[in-house]
Design a protein around this ligand. Structure first.
Ligand SMILES: [Zn+2]
Length: 149
């Protein structure tokens, strides 16, 4: 995973804001990645789906279970906006020298929020599969950002 210099950080975040305008933009990327190998219903294993009620969610055509793009990811039941969560992710993984205090300053979020989400990310990175998912997500986000340059 590439790290970003502190000097380039503001620039990087600025670009992020130009591409990711709201939570739906983030959900779209998350859904693309989550189901990149196709949809499998977590309840019955069916692979056919239609779109669910919430944005970018999928609904099993057999048992009707709806799964959100965030379910079974580190963003599940996140208490703050997904866009902020993406920002913490970028900062925590690409600028690891930045403390959670600095992150909270940057993003205008409570320190405890940044601290615990950053910790969650770091804990997940200990797990090979979760780490892979995080790495792929970051590269997906960065590809989107660089495509608009
Ligand atoms: Zn199902």
């Amino acid at each position: 995973m590439t790290t970003i210099n502190i000097e380039n950080l503001n620039n990087h975040l600025e670009k992020f804001h130009k591409v990711f305008l709201n939570d739906d933009d983030c959900l779209e990327v998350l859904a693309e990645l989550k189901w990149s190998d196709g949809f499998i219903c977590s309840k019955c294993g069916n692979t056919n789906y239609c779109s669910g009620k919430s944005a970018f969610s999928r609904r099993c055509t057999k048992c009707k279970k709806e799964e959100s793009a965030t379910a079974n990811t580190i963003f599940h039941r996140c208490k703050f906006s997904l866009k902020k969560a993406f920002e913490i992710l970028l900062l925590a993984c690409q600028a690891p020298v930045i403390s959670s205090y600095k992150i909270s300053e940057y993003l205008q979020l409570r320190h405890m929020t940044c601290y615990s989400f950053k910790k969650k990310i770091m804990d997940c990175r200990e797990n090979t599969n979760d780490n892979k998912f995080i790495a792929r997500l970051i590269s997906q986000i960065n590809t989107k950002i660089s495509n608009t340059e």
